[in-house]
Write a protein that binds this ligand. Structure first.
Ligand code: NAD
Ligand code: UDP
Ligand code: UDP
Length: 315
Protein backbone atom coordinates (compact mmCIF):
# COMPACT_ATOMS: atom_id res chain seq x y z
CA UNK A 1 0.00 0.00 0.00
CA UNK A 2 1.35 3.46 -0.79
CA UNK A 3 0.83 6.44 1.42
CA UNK A 4 1.57 10.11 0.86
CA UNK A 5 1.77 10.82 4.59
CA UNK A 6 5.32 11.69 5.56
CA UNK A 7 6.92 9.16 7.90
CA UNK A 8 9.15 10.77 10.49
CA UNK A 9 11.63 9.07 12.81
CA UNK A 10 12.32 10.84 16.10
CA UNK A 11 15.24 9.33 18.04
CA UNK A 12 15.08 10.24 21.72
CA UNK A 13 11.35 10.76 21.16
CA UNK A 14 10.43 9.73 24.71
CA UNK A 15 12.62 12.44 26.21
CA UNK A 16 11.76 15.96 27.25
CA UNK A 17 12.17 17.78 23.90
CA UNK A 18 11.49 14.65 21.82
CA UNK A 19 8.03 14.06 23.30
CA UNK A 20 6.98 17.65 22.53
CA UNK A 21 8.38 17.28 19.02
CA UNK A 22 6.39 14.04 18.46
CA UNK A 23 3.23 15.93 19.46
CA UNK A 24 4.05 18.80 17.11
CA UNK A 25 4.69 16.44 14.17
CA UNK A 26 1.46 14.49 14.77
CA UNK A 27 -0.40 17.82 14.86
CA UNK A 28 1.14 18.57 11.44
CA UNK A 29 -0.40 15.32 10.13
CA UNK A 30 2.80 13.24 9.95
CA UNK A 31 3.33 9.60 10.91
CA UNK A 32 5.77 9.43 13.81
CA UNK A 33 8.08 6.58 14.74
CA UNK A 34 9.59 7.25 18.17
CA UNK A 35 12.81 5.34 18.91
CA UNK A 36 14.21 5.47 22.44
CA UNK A 37 16.15 3.26 24.85
CA UNK A 38 14.53 5.01 27.85
CA UNK A 39 17.88 5.84 29.44
CA UNK A 40 16.70 9.31 30.47
CA UNK A 41 13.32 9.39 28.75
CA UNK A 42 10.13 7.78 30.02
CA UNK A 43 7.18 5.98 28.54
CA UNK A 44 4.96 8.27 30.60
CA UNK A 45 6.13 11.18 28.39
CA UNK A 46 4.52 9.55 25.33
CA UNK A 47 1.73 7.53 27.00
CA UNK A 48 -0.89 10.00 25.75
CA UNK A 49 0.27 9.49 22.14
CA UNK A 50 0.07 5.69 22.08
CA UNK A 51 -3.62 5.65 21.13
CA UNK A 52 -2.90 7.75 18.03
CA UNK A 53 -2.82 5.42 14.97
CA UNK A 54 -0.13 7.61 13.39
CA UNK A 55 2.23 7.12 16.36
CA UNK A 56 4.48 4.14 17.05
CA UNK A 57 7.12 3.68 19.73
CA UNK A 58 10.07 1.26 19.56
CA UNK A 59 12.64 0.52 22.27
CA UNK A 60 16.03 0.67 20.58
CA UNK A 61 19.55 1.94 21.29
CA UNK A 62 20.82 3.97 18.32
CA UNK A 63 24.41 2.86 18.87
CA UNK A 64 23.14 -0.27 17.07
CA UNK A 65 21.98 -0.24 13.43
CA UNK A 66 18.33 0.43 12.71
CA UNK A 67 16.54 -0.58 9.53
CA UNK A 68 13.26 1.26 8.97
CA UNK A 69 11.70 3.14 6.05
CA UNK A 70 11.17 6.85 6.75
CA UNK A 71 11.22 10.21 4.93
CA UNK A 72 12.68 12.41 7.67
CA UNK A 73 14.82 11.82 10.76
CA UNK A 74 15.15 14.04 13.83
CA UNK A 75 18.17 12.75 15.77
CA UNK A 76 17.64 13.76 19.41
CA UNK A 77 18.80 10.62 21.24
CA UNK A 78 21.45 11.58 23.79
CA UNK A 79 21.44 12.27 27.53
CA UNK A 80 21.50 16.07 27.83
CA UNK A 81 22.25 17.06 31.41
CA UNK A 82 25.68 16.86 33.08
CA UNK A 83 24.42 14.39 35.73
CA UNK A 84 23.14 11.99 33.08
CA UNK A 85 25.79 12.38 30.39
CA UNK A 86 28.57 11.97 32.98
CA UNK A 87 26.97 8.82 34.45
CA UNK A 88 28.45 6.69 31.63
CA UNK A 89 30.65 9.05 29.59
CA UNK A 90 31.83 6.38 27.15
CA UNK A 91 28.24 5.48 26.30
CA UNK A 92 27.48 9.22 25.86
CA UNK A 93 30.19 9.57 23.21
CA UNK A 94 29.05 6.31 21.58
CA UNK A 95 25.49 7.60 21.42
CA UNK A 96 26.57 10.83 19.74
CA UNK A 97 29.14 9.31 17.38
CA UNK A 98 28.02 5.72 16.62
CA UNK A 99 24.42 6.92 16.85
CA UNK A 100 25.09 9.64 14.26
CA UNK A 101 26.85 7.17 11.95
CA UNK A 102 23.92 4.74 12.13
CA UNK A 103 21.27 7.41 11.62
CA UNK A 104 23.27 8.99 8.76
CA UNK A 105 23.71 5.54 7.19
CA UNK A 106 19.96 5.05 7.47
CA UNK A 107 19.29 8.51 5.96
CA UNK A 108 21.68 7.72 3.13
CA UNK A 109 19.99 4.40 2.32
CA UNK A 110 16.40 5.68 2.40
CA UNK A 111 17.24 9.17 1.05
CA UNK A 112 15.75 10.90 4.09
CA UNK A 113 16.52 14.41 5.33
CA UNK A 114 18.14 14.21 8.75
CA UNK A 115 18.24 16.86 11.47
CA UNK A 116 20.79 16.75 14.27
CA UNK A 117 19.98 18.11 17.73
CA UNK A 118 23.36 19.71 18.38
CA UNK A 119 24.02 22.03 21.27
CA UNK A 120 25.38 25.36 22.43
CA UNK A 121 27.94 23.22 24.28
CA UNK A 122 29.90 23.03 21.01
CA UNK A 123 30.95 26.61 21.92
CA UNK A 124 32.27 25.37 25.30
CA UNK A 125 33.22 28.18 27.69
CA UNK A 126 32.99 30.85 24.98
CA UNK A 127 35.32 33.80 24.39
CA UNK A 128 32.83 35.27 21.90
CA UNK A 129 29.60 36.67 23.32
CA UNK A 130 26.83 36.28 22.18
CA UNK A 131 27.65 33.09 20.32
CA UNK A 132 27.38 33.13 16.52
CA UNK A 133 27.46 30.01 14.37
CA UNK A 134 30.84 30.95 12.86
CA UNK A 135 32.53 30.84 16.30
CA UNK A 136 34.53 27.59 16.64
CA UNK A 137 34.30 27.42 20.40
CA UNK A 138 36.47 26.79 23.43
CA UNK A 139 36.02 23.20 24.59
CA UNK A 140 38.28 21.28 26.97
CA UNK A 141 38.67 17.97 25.08
CA UNK A 142 39.66 15.93 28.15
CA UNK A 143 37.44 17.38 30.88
CA UNK A 144 34.28 15.92 32.46
CA UNK A 145 31.99 17.68 29.94
CA UNK A 146 33.99 16.51 26.91
CA UNK A 147 32.05 13.26 26.37
CA UNK A 148 29.03 15.40 25.57
CA UNK A 149 30.65 18.45 23.96
CA UNK A 150 33.16 16.59 21.79
CA UNK A 151 30.63 13.84 20.98
CA UNK A 152 28.26 16.51 19.66
CA UNK A 153 31.09 18.26 17.79
CA UNK A 154 32.11 14.98 16.14
CA UNK A 155 28.45 14.32 15.24
CA UNK A 156 28.38 17.71 13.48
CA UNK A 157 31.54 16.72 11.57
CA UNK A 158 29.89 13.47 10.50
CA UNK A 159 26.75 15.31 9.37
CA UNK A 160 28.72 17.70 7.16
CA UNK A 161 30.92 14.90 5.77
CA UNK A 162 27.89 12.71 4.90
CA UNK A 163 26.45 15.79 3.24
CA UNK A 164 29.61 16.55 1.21
CA UNK A 165 30.61 12.94 0.51
CA UNK A 166 27.23 11.20 0.11
CA UNK A 167 24.89 14.13 -0.59
CA UNK A 168 22.73 13.30 2.43
CA UNK A 169 20.38 16.26 3.05
CA UNK A 170 21.21 17.52 6.55
CA UNK A 171 20.03 20.16 9.03
CA UNK A 172 22.04 20.98 12.16
CA UNK A 173 20.38 22.87 15.02
CA UNK A 174 22.51 24.18 17.89
CA UNK A 175 20.06 24.15 20.77
CA UNK A 176 20.58 26.44 23.78
CA UNK A 177 19.22 25.69 27.28
CA UNK A 178 15.60 24.63 26.92
CA UNK A 179 13.04 24.14 29.70
CA UNK A 180 9.39 23.25 30.16
CA UNK A 181 6.97 20.52 31.22
CA UNK A 182 8.35 16.94 31.18
CA UNK A 183 11.86 17.93 32.16
CA UNK A 184 13.24 15.04 34.16
CA UNK A 185 13.11 16.14 37.85
CA UNK A 186 16.26 14.14 38.63
CA UNK A 187 18.55 15.31 35.86
CA UNK A 188 20.14 18.11 37.87
CA UNK A 189 19.41 20.88 35.37
CA UNK A 190 19.10 24.29 36.88
CA UNK A 191 15.46 25.05 36.03
CA UNK A 192 14.09 21.70 37.23
CA UNK A 193 16.37 21.70 40.30
CA UNK A 194 15.28 25.18 41.40
CA UNK A 195 11.57 24.51 40.83
CA UNK A 196 11.61 21.19 42.71
CA UNK A 197 13.68 22.68 45.54
CA UNK A 198 11.38 25.71 45.81
CA UNK A 199 8.21 23.59 45.83
CA UNK A 200 9.67 21.32 48.53
CA UNK A 201 10.97 24.25 50.58
CA UNK A 202 14.49 22.80 50.30
CA UNK A 203 17.55 25.06 49.91
CA UNK A 204 18.09 26.41 46.39
CA UNK A 205 21.53 25.15 45.31
CA UNK A 206 23.55 27.80 43.50
CA UNK A 207 26.83 26.55 42.07
CA UNK A 208 29.54 29.19 42.34
CA UNK A 209 28.52 32.80 43.01
CA UNK A 210 25.52 32.65 40.67
CA UNK A 211 26.89 35.31 38.31
CA UNK A 212 27.26 32.85 35.40
CA UNK A 213 24.60 33.39 32.75
CA UNK A 214 22.32 31.20 30.65
CA UNK A 215 19.57 31.92 28.11
CA UNK A 216 16.45 29.85 28.62
CA UNK A 217 14.13 28.88 25.76
CA UNK A 218 10.63 27.53 26.37
CA UNK A 219 10.20 24.08 24.80
CA UNK A 220 7.27 25.02 22.49
CA UNK A 221 9.36 27.79 20.91
CA UNK A 222 12.29 25.43 20.45
CA UNK A 223 10.19 22.69 18.86
CA UNK A 224 8.71 25.21 16.43
CA UNK A 225 12.26 26.16 15.44
CA UNK A 226 13.26 22.52 14.88
CA UNK A 227 10.19 21.93 12.73
CA UNK A 228 10.80 25.07 10.66
CA UNK A 229 14.44 24.09 10.13
CA UNK A 230 13.41 20.65 8.83
CA UNK A 231 10.92 22.31 6.45
CA UNK A 232 13.57 24.56 4.83
CA UNK A 233 14.76 23.75 1.31
CA UNK A 234 17.91 21.74 0.63
CA UNK A 235 20.17 24.81 0.54
CA UNK A 236 19.80 25.32 4.30
CA UNK A 237 22.02 22.92 6.26
CA UNK A 238 22.85 25.08 9.26
CA UNK A 239 24.31 25.05 11.78
CA UNK A 240 21.56 27.30 13.10
CA UNK A 241 21.38 28.50 16.70
CA UNK A 242 17.99 27.95 18.35
CA UNK A 243 17.55 29.59 21.72
CA UNK A 244 16.13 32.55 23.54
CA UNK A 245 18.52 35.53 23.59
CA UNK A 246 17.16 36.71 26.98
CA UNK A 247 20.17 36.29 29.27
CA UNK A 248 19.87 35.79 33.03
CA UNK A 249 22.31 35.12 35.82
CA UNK A 250 21.71 31.92 37.78
CA UNK A 251 21.13 34.09 40.87
CA UNK A 252 18.38 36.00 39.01
CA UNK A 253 16.78 32.70 38.03
CA UNK A 254 16.85 31.50 41.65
CA UNK A 255 15.24 34.72 42.89
CA UNK A 256 12.57 34.56 40.17
CA UNK A 257 11.66 30.95 40.98
CA UNK A 258 11.51 31.71 44.73
CA UNK A 259 9.23 34.70 44.11
CA UNK A 260 6.95 32.90 41.64
CA UNK A 261 6.47 29.83 43.85
CA UNK A 262 6.09 31.93 47.03
CA UNK A 263 8.68 29.59 48.52
CA UNK A 264 10.48 30.07 51.83
CA UNK A 265 13.55 28.28 50.49
CA UNK A 266 16.88 29.90 51.24
CA UNK A 267 19.82 30.08 48.86
CA UNK A 268 22.73 27.70 49.50
CA UNK A 269 26.12 28.01 47.76
CA UNK A 270 27.91 24.98 46.30
CA UNK A 271 31.23 24.73 44.42
CA UNK A 272 31.12 25.54 40.71
CA UNK A 273 31.58 22.33 38.66
CA UNK A 274 34.74 22.06 36.53
CA UNK A 275 34.55 23.68 33.05
CA UNK A 276 31.14 25.25 33.79
CA UNK A 277 30.66 27.91 31.06
CA UNK A 278 30.68 31.50 32.43
CA UNK A 279 28.20 32.93 29.96
CA UNK A 280 25.90 31.80 27.20
CA UNK A 281 23.55 33.66 24.88
CA UNK A 282 22.60 32.81 21.30
CA UNK A 283 22.87 35.12 18.33
CA UNK A 284 19.73 34.07 16.45
CA UNK A 285 20.11 36.25 13.34
CA UNK A 286 20.47 33.14 11.14
CA UNK A 287 17.32 31.47 12.54
CA UNK A 288 15.54 34.74 12.02
CA UNK A 289 16.67 35.04 8.41
CA UNK A 290 16.32 31.41 7.27
CA UNK A 291 13.39 30.21 9.39
CA UNK A 292 11.61 33.49 10.16
CA UNK A 293 11.86 32.19 13.72
CA UNK A 294 12.21 33.83 17.08
CA UNK A 295 11.06 32.70 20.53
CA UNK A 296 7.80 34.18 21.84
CA UNK A 297 7.41 32.86 25.39
CA UNK A 298 9.03 35.15 28.00
CA UNK A 299 10.87 33.50 30.90
CA UNK A 300 8.22 34.20 33.54
CA UNK A 301 5.40 32.83 31.38
CA UNK A 302 7.38 29.67 30.59
CA UNK A 303 8.34 29.26 34.24
CA UNK A 304 4.69 29.61 35.25
CA UNK A 305 3.70 26.71 32.96
CA UNK A 306 6.69 24.63 34.10
CA UNK A 307 6.04 25.26 37.81
CA UNK A 308 2.38 24.28 37.28
CA UNK A 309 3.50 21.03 35.60
CA UNK A 310 5.90 20.10 38.42
CA UNK A 311 3.36 21.01 41.11
CA UNK A 312 0.67 18.84 39.47
CA UNK A 313 2.92 15.88 38.59
CA UNK A 314 5.11 15.53 41.67
CA UNK A 315 3.43 17.27 44.61
P1 NAD B 1 16.33 13.92 27.39
O1 NAD B 1 17.36 13.21 28.20
O2 NAD B 1 15.02 14.19 28.02
O3 NAD B 1 16.07 13.15 26.02
C1 NAD B 1 17.02 12.34 25.39
C2 NAD B 1 16.34 11.05 24.99
O4 NAD B 1 17.28 10.21 24.30
C3 NAD B 1 15.84 10.25 26.18
O5 NAD B 1 14.51 9.86 25.98
C4 NAD B 1 16.79 9.06 26.25
O6 NAD B 1 16.19 7.91 26.82
C5 NAD B 1 17.15 8.89 24.79
N1 NAD B 1 18.44 8.21 24.55
C6 NAD B 1 19.61 8.44 25.15
N2 NAD B 1 20.56 7.64 24.65
C7 NAD B 1 19.95 6.88 23.69
C8 NAD B 1 20.40 5.85 22.83
N3 NAD B 1 21.68 5.43 22.82
N4 NAD B 1 19.50 5.29 21.98
C9 NAD B 1 18.20 5.68 21.97
N5 NAD B 1 17.73 6.64 22.79
C10 NAD B 1 18.59 7.23 23.63
O7 NAD B 1 17.01 15.27 26.89
P2 NAD B 1 16.39 16.49 26.08
O8 NAD B 1 16.60 17.68 26.90
O9 NAD B 1 15.04 16.17 25.58
O10 NAD B 1 17.42 16.57 24.86
C11 NAD B 1 17.10 16.08 23.57
C12 NAD B 1 18.25 16.40 22.62
O11 NAD B 1 18.42 17.83 22.55
C13 NAD B 1 19.58 15.82 23.05
O12 NAD B 1 20.28 15.37 21.90
C14 NAD B 1 20.30 17.00 23.65
O13 NAD B 1 21.70 16.87 23.54
C15 NAD B 1 19.77 18.14 22.82
N6 NAD B 1 19.85 19.42 23.57
C16 NAD B 1 19.04 19.65 24.64
C17 NAD B 1 19.16 20.85 25.33
C18 NAD B 1 18.29 21.18 26.51
O14 NAD B 1 18.45 22.25 27.11
N7 NAD B 1 17.35 20.36 26.89
C19 NAD B 1 20.13 21.80 24.93
C20 NAD B 1 20.94 21.49 23.85
C21 NAD B 1 20.79 20.31 23.16
N1 UDP C 1 22.81 1.72 8.94
C1 UDP C 1 21.63 1.59 9.64
N2 UDP C 1 20.46 1.54 8.95
C2 UDP C 1 20.41 1.59 7.61
C3 UDP C 1 21.62 1.74 6.89
C4 UDP C 1 22.82 1.80 7.59
O1 UDP C 1 21.62 1.54 10.87
O2 UDP C 1 19.32 1.54 7.06
C5 UDP C 1 24.06 1.80 9.69
C6 UDP C 1 24.98 0.65 9.34
O3 UDP C 1 25.11 -0.17 10.47
C7 UDP C 1 26.31 1.30 9.03
C8 UDP C 1 26.12 2.77 9.33
O4 UDP C 1 24.72 2.99 9.32
O5 UDP C 1 27.33 0.82 9.87
C9 UDP C 1 26.76 3.67 8.31
O6 UDP C 1 26.22 3.35 7.04
P1 UDP C 1 27.04 3.67 5.72
O7 UDP C 1 26.22 3.20 4.56
O8 UDP C 1 27.46 5.07 5.72
O9 UDP C 1 28.36 2.83 5.89
P2 UDP C 1 28.72 1.31 5.69
O10 UDP C 1 27.45 0.51 5.69
O11 UDP C 1 29.41 1.29 4.38
O12 UDP C 1 29.60 1.02 6.84
N1 UDP D 1 23.38 25.18 38.38
C1 UDP D 1 23.20 25.67 39.67
N2 UDP D 1 22.46 24.92 40.54
C2 UDP D 1 21.87 23.74 40.19
C3 UDP D 1 22.06 23.26 38.87
C4 UDP D 1 22.83 24.02 37.99
O1 UDP D 1 23.70 26.75 40.03
O2 UDP D 1 21.21 23.14 41.03
C5 UDP D 1 24.16 26.01 37.43
C6 UDP D 1 25.25 25.27 36.67
O3 UDP D 1 26.46 25.26 37.39
C7 UDP D 1 25.32 26.09 35.40
C8 UDP D 1 23.90 26.57 35.18
O4 UDP D 1 23.25 26.46 36.45
O5 UDP D 1 26.15 27.22 35.59
C9 UDP D 1 23.11 25.75 34.14
O6 UDP D 1 23.25 24.38 34.48
P1 UDP D 1 22.53 23.23 33.65
O7 UDP D 1 23.10 21.93 34.10
O8 UDP D 1 21.06 23.40 33.73
O9 UDP D 1 22.91 23.53 32.13
P2 UDP D 1 24.32 23.67 31.38
O10 UDP D 1 25.41 23.94 32.38
O11 UDP D 1 24.50 22.41 30.66
O12 UDP D 1 24.09 24.84 30.50
Amino acid sequence: MTSTTERVLVTGGAGFIGSHLCERLLAAGKEVLCVDNYFTGARSNIAHLLENPKFEAVRHDITFPLYVEVDEIYNLACPASPVHYQFDPVQTTKTSVHGAINMLGLAKRVKATILQASTSEVYGDPFVHPQREDYWGNVNPIGPRACYDEGKRCAETLFFDYNRQHKVPIKVARIFNTYGPRMNPNDGRVVSNFIVQALKGDPITIYGDGSQTRSFCYVDDLVEGLHRLMETDGTVTGPVNLGNPGEFTILELAETVIRMTGSRSRIERHPLPQDDPRQRKPDIAKANAYLKWMPHVPLEEGLERTIAYFAKTYF
